[in-house]
Write a protein that binds this ligand. Structure first.
Ligand code: SF4
Ligand code: SF4
Length: 190
């Protein structure tokens, strides 16, 4: 297949007046002034149209498509749904996921994550781990308050990442409509 070549117009034929950039400055100033006076009028009249959230006392309800920190889906018994296949680890562009697979014979589970770490100081919230997971076991949550003065607390372990499935229902419903999965995730293995 031959690639389509797009010729980008690098030089604009501008007249001398445009070359002074005065029309562009004027347009920018007009837009800024319009917003400034509209908000000032709203403030003075008590009918403000400005969208302000008094964070952290007020929080917005992020849309279902929002991508916050990736978390692990915990089933009713508290165990992760993850089967330690490693696909999310492979898909992660920043190499911030680290999984140690293991076995849980006493529960009849042949494969599960003995350890599952995410270095949130490197995560870029791309959601590729969620997209790669065939089990709907890792999903993007609404958690974004992750700031730290140190790198060490940014390393999240399996216990920190587990979130009950019912709390992730909105995101799970969203990704079911979003990703074209060939099969439904496997049910509990034991
Ligand atoms: S959201 Fe992206 S960067 Fe973060 S863990 Fe998932 S794949 Fe890696
Ligand atoms: S892709 Fe899903 S099932 Fe596989 S290791 Fe990652 S979270 Fe677990």
């Amino acid at each position: 297949m031959t690639a389509r070549v797009v010729h980008v117009k690098r030089r604009e034929n501008m007249g001398w007046f445009q070359r002074t950039y005065l029309p562009a400055f004027g347009k920018g100033l007009a837009t800024t002034s319009r917003h400034f006076f509209r908000n000032l009028w709203g403030f003075l009249s008590g009918k403000s149209t400005a969208f302000v959230v008094q964070y952290p006392e007020e929080r917005v309800d992020y849309p279902d498509a929002f991508r916050g920190m990736p978390v692990l889906v915990a089933l009713e018994d508290g165990l992760p749904r993850c089967v330690a296949c490693g696909l999310c680890e492979f898909a992660c562009p920043t190499d911030c996921i680290s999984i140690v697979p293991g076995e849980l014979p006493e529960r009849g589970i042949e494969r599960w994550p003995e350890a599952f770490d995410i270095d949130m100081s490197r995560c870029m919230f791309c959601g590729l781990c969620e997209e790669a997971c065939p089990e709907e076991a890792i999903v993007m949550s609404r958690e974004v308050e992750l700031a730290s003065f140190d790198r060490a607390p940014m390393l999240y372990h399996k216990e920190d990442l587990l979130v009950p499935e019912n709390l992730l229902k909105r995101r799970l419903d969203f990704i079911r409509g979003e990703y074209d999965r060939q099969h439904a995730p496997a049910e509990r293995r034991d």
